[in-house]
Design a protein around this ligand. Structure first.
Ligand SMILES: [Zn+2]
Length: 465
């Protein structure tokens, strides 16, 4: 019986489309339907939608389209939108040293502009859940996390921002300059405040906060240890960079007498509430430790290539049972800022590794970008696959245009072909993209604002330099 006090859920019916559900069995329908009721998926299946549905507010002919779960981005640094295309030929450490002085000049207006652009770019490419790892907090710069959260709310994207931090300056043996770091106590206090102010643990939550000291070479052991305790006390997830480059591995061996994974484990940083970006330089015992503890990985193939970091052992991780999602990483090391192109890059890069043609399939790449991402963010019961009862986060990709119409199957068209246009994207059943454009914000205004703030940052950094 429906409760007469509750308004009936409004339904959206999508029919006549190919459907890749990305459920546990990899169920696909060459011609099928999806019915949304309010914020949930009500039914998915082959052929036409059930007949006699009431309260249908929109009926969509999905001819020429593939419907998939919305993409989930698991690693990003929005502020870097303003510093794209710099230090083009550097590896990670040289690139960081070149950019830290610029990043240390960011303020709230800059971060708001960068967040709107980063989120807008991802949403129009099918991302329905975004994360951000923000770890640069210049004194007096304003409410940087609040600016990002406001942007995600405006655009309608589900958001997992993490309160990052750096407290190991160069004078203490760290990589960042002293002026770019906070004190340990300040970082922890601000992190706790961010969780208390913003975190929403409820089902269908649009906003969950994570705790994210930046990396082994930019934070103290004490900050890592206490951040872990803080996150567990609050019941939120932990995130950091791990095993990204050979230089990081060398740093950890010299300073701690062990590799990054052993070091992070020694401070309580392996567990099913932790996910780490990159994990490129992992030996067999590192992968086994991630699998044993349920620690997740944000695989960022384009950024790893851009910074010459190496090829992550994703097929081995998946084989061992490690949860793996995809990330664009910050756009100073992946200027496109698009996740749907990472599906293709994940597949291509993995085939350059030792597994060759036995490496990722197109279906596995799609799974990394959807269900895998949901898993590493701890949301796999809510999002990541198209199943009745899950949240209505989904994308209609147009695959009958010039770029895709002759590719043998729609999943291959999405993963191997050119970046597919998004005809519609829904988050919690609400439309966020239609005909490839953001519904909730003016893209041209976002582009102008981003250029203005990028130039302002460059002027300030030059003046300070
Ligand atoms: Zn990163």
């Amino acid at each position: 019986m429906t409760d007469p006090a509750q308004p009936a859920a409004q339904r959206t019916v999508i029919e006549n489309c190919a459907v890749a559900t990305v459920d546990a069995h990899g169920t696909e329908h060459a011609e099928g339907h999806v019915v949304l009721a309010g914020e949930r998926i009500e039914s998915v299946g082959a052929g036409a939608a059930p007949s006699g549905l009431s309260d249908v507010v929109r009926r969509i002919d999905g001819g020429g389209h593939l419907v998939t779960p919305g993409l989930v981005n698991t690693h990003h640094h929005f502020y870097q939108w303003l510093t794209r295309g710099l230090a083009q030929n550097a590896n990670l450490f040289d690139w960081l040293v070149a950019l830290y002085p610029v990043w240390a000049r960011i303020d709230e207006d800059m971060v708001r502009a960068a967040a709107r652009a980063s989120l807008g770019m991802m949403a129009r490419g099918g991302v329905t859940t975004a994360m951000d790892h923000h770890y640069v907090f210049p004194r007096g710069a304003g409410d940087l996390l609040g600016a990002e959260i406001g942007a995600a709310r405006e655009l309608g994207v589900r958001f997992h921002p993490t309160r990052g931090s750096m407290d190991l300056g160069a004078s203490d043996g760290g990589l960042p300059p002293d002026f770019a770091v906070e004190t340990t106590d300040d970082a922890l206090a601000a992190t706790e405040e961010a969780v208390d102010t913003h975190h929403d643990p409820s089902f269908a939550s649009m906003l969950r906060i994570g705790v994210a000291p930046c990396s082994p070479f930019s934070v103290t052991t004490e900050l890592l240890r206490q951040a872990g305790e803080l996150a567990r006390r609050k019941g939120v997830r932990l995130h950091t960079h791990g095993s990204e480059t050979v230089e990081e591995e060398k740093f950890c061996h010299e300073r701690f007498g062990m590799g990054p994974t052993d070091y992070l484990e020694s401070v309580g940083w392996l567990g099913d509430d932790v996910w780490m970006a990159h994990c490129v330089h992992m030996n067999d015992s590192d992968i086994a430790a991630f699998a044993r503890t349920g620690t997740g990985v944000a695989h960022c193939p384009s950024s790893n290539a851009r910074l010459a970091a190496g090829i992550a052992r994703v097929p081995d991780m998946l084989g061992a049972g490690v949860p793996v999602g995809l990330g664009v990483d910050g756009t100073a090391s992946n200027e496109s800022g698009e996740l749907h192109t990472e599906l293709r890059n994940a597949l291509l890069v993995s085939r350059l590794g030792p597994h060759k043609e036995k490496a990722l399939t197109a279906r596995q790449a799609l799974r990394l970008g959807t269900y895998g991402g949901a898993q590493v963010l701890g949301r796999e019961r809510e999002i990541g696959s198209l199943e009745p009862g899950k949240l209505a986060d989904l994308v209609m990709w147009r695959v009958d245009g010039i770029g895709h119409s002759s590719i043998a199957d729609p999943v291959a068209a999405l993963v191997l072909g050119a970046a597919a246009p998004v005809s519609l994207a829904f988050v919690n059943g609400r439309t966020v993209v239609e005909d490839g454009r953001l519904v909730t914000a003016d893209e041209d205004a976002i582009a102008r604002e981003a250029r203005h703030e990028a130039r302002r940052l460059a002027r300030i950094a030059d003046g300070a330099g």
